[in-house]
Design a protein around this ligand. Structure first.
Ligand SMILES: Nc1ncnc2c1ncn2[C@@H]1O[C@H](COP(=O)(O)OP(=O)(O)O)[C@@H](O)[C@H]1O
Ligand SMILES: O=C(CO)[C@@H](O)[C@H](O)COP(=O)(O)O
Length: 474
């Protein structure tokens, strides 16, 4: 039991920004919040995350009166530390595709696309693609052997921030949690253990790895005296913040596009479409992630020279299907499907579809169709969705909410605007503070429902376009 009003903080150190929420531990009521931007790029010095966190904390009025803190963060980023705890090189982020060749090699070494995919999925619940930490470590060993030799410990963005908040500089004190460990490629959600043999195969050595802290347990104490929770990967934190349960599929459109669900069976997909991650409560989190989320809409808005509200209004002027215009959104290459060198493409351009509304609508439909493919893959693992919970920066777009209901084929519930990753981290912090068996029940009101007549024409047309794209030249 938590006696009296106590404050907890949740942090979301995501790809584009850092967000901090301070909430009442018992009720979950929002007390104050802050945010700060991260630099662009797929290779980032972790010190920028620390600076942004300090800015966001300051905007949130400081954390001196906060009793517990947890950090949610972008998954998979490779943070290499030397034996003194110094960062060896800038972190390679989840959306950095330079390790695509290393990913192919790791699958080939265990038997190629079929047998190798099965072997990896059985061993660690994921089949290597460029996003996962293990492939980045192989890339480092091959391309920067001096940096690889200096690497005494490897951790993830949320692990590093939790450790910095603790004030430690000793790599032996690093901690992580199940959800983020399950995105490395060398920890199995099904068995709850590291696979040092696979790490050694990939990297040629086994650096020190963070201790995996159980859900709801205390990882360390912050320099301020606050309890530090285990933290989580951002997708697991979002599911916790939303209180996602049976029948809920979370669709998040931030930098990444993500479709995920909380299940009690560890998923294992040898095709690699669905990653078999762990969640933040002791269960599992089958997850499909794309590299091309809200930035597809940023690009469309830039092309049309409009802001997001106008992009949304334009899209809603066009008919469903955009008159046959299809935008395949592989602007950053793609991870699901695994096409790291792909580029985006526009199909069905005619004099009639060469309009601003059609282009706006095609961008939104293309983005949602790629996530609908992800939903199909999650459903194929046995998840039975009753509704989608739509979150992330792009959920603010009316056109995105409308098209999501049309394309996903299930009711789309949009919770009130909020920082669900940071909220999940805050809820975890309250859980660690309470010492209870389960996280506190925080109520949330104000969800709006979007439904549409089922019609698969848009998806069928997208599926034709999806198979035709050019690779990037260099
Ligand atoms: N109204 C909107 N319509 C569409 N996209 C939006 C809107 N508002 C913000 N975004 C986009 O959402 C993204 C940020 O979402 P967020 O979930 O915070 O990302 P991340 O957590 O990956 O940093 C940005 O690319 C931003 O441009
Ligand atoms: O790679 C994944 C999930 O596997 C991404 O979801 C990252 O975790 C980044 O998340 P956002 O910054 O887009 O929230």
């Amino acid at each position: 039991m938590i006696d009296g009003p106590r404050l907890v903080a949740g942090i979301d150190s995501s790809t584009q920004s850092c967000k901090v929420v301070v909430r009442d531990a018992r009720t979950g009521a929002l007390v104050r919040q802050g945010r700060a931007r991260h630099p662009d790029g797929t290779e980032v010095d972790p010190e920028h995350w620390w600076t942004a966190l300090q800015e966001a904390i300051a905007e949130a009025g400081g954390l001196d009166d906060v009793a517990a803190i947890s950090v949610g963060g972008q998954q998979h980023g490779m943070v290499c530390l030397d034996e003194d705890g110094a960062v060896v090189r800038p972190a390679l982020l989840w959306n950095d595709t330079r390790s695509a060749g290393a990913a192919r090699d790791l699958v080939d070494e265990l038997g190629g696309p079929d047998a190798g995919g099965r072997a990896w999925a059985d061993a660690v619940g994921v089949v290597p693609v460029a996003s996962f930490t293990i492939t980045k470590l192989r890339w480092l060993a091959e391309h920067e052997p001096e940096h690889a030799r200096r690497t005494a410990a490897v951790c993830l963005p949320h692990d590093w921030l939790t450790w910095r908040l603790s004030g430690s500089t000793d790599v032996a004190d690093l901690t992580t949690d199940r959800s983020d460990a399950s995105g490395t490629g060398y920890w199995s959600a099904a068995t709850g253990s590291y696979r040092p043999d696979l790490l050694e195969r990939a990297f040629g050595a086994v650096p020190h790895l963070p201790r995996v802290v159980a859900p709801g347990a205390v990882a360390a104490t912050a320099a301020t005296g606050a309890v530090l929770g285990a933290g989580a990967g951002d997708n697991a934190a979002a599911a916790l913040g939303l209180g996602a349960g049976e029948g809920d599929v979370v669709v998040s459109i931030g930098t990444s596009g993500v479709v995920t669900a909380v299940t009690d069976v560890a998923p294992s997909d040898p095709t690699g479409s669905v990653a078999g991650f762990a969640d933040a409560t002791g269960l599992y989190l089958p997850l499909v992630a794309t590299l091309n989320g809200a930035r597809v809409l940023d690009a469309a808005a830039r092309l049309l020279d409009v802001d997001h509200d106008t992009l949304s209004a334009l899209a809603l002027e066009a008919p469903r299907g955009a008159g046959g215009l299809v935008l395949v959104p592989y602007l950053e290459g793609e991870r699901t499907p695994n096409r790291p060198d792909a580029t985006g493409s526009l199909h069905g351009l005619t004099l009639a579809t060469a309009t601003r509304p059609a282009l706006a609508r095609a961008a939104i439909e293309g983005l949602l169709c790629s996530l609908a493919d992800g939903l199909d893959a999650v459903v194929a693992t046995g998840v039975e969705p009753a509704r989608a919970l739509l979150v992330g920066g792009a959920a603010a777009s009316e056109a995105v909410r409308t098209v999501a209901a049309e394309v996903l084929g299930i009711p789309v519930d949009v919770p009130p605007p909020g920082e669900y990753v940071a909220d999940g981290a805050a809820r975890q912090a309250a859980w660690a503070l309470s010492g209870a068996d389960a996280p506190p029940a925080w109520e949330r009101e104000g969800t709006s429902r979007h439904v549409a007549e089922p019609d698969d024409t848009v998806r069928r047309r997208y599926a034709e376009g999806r198979e035709q794209h050019l690779d990037r030249t260099t």
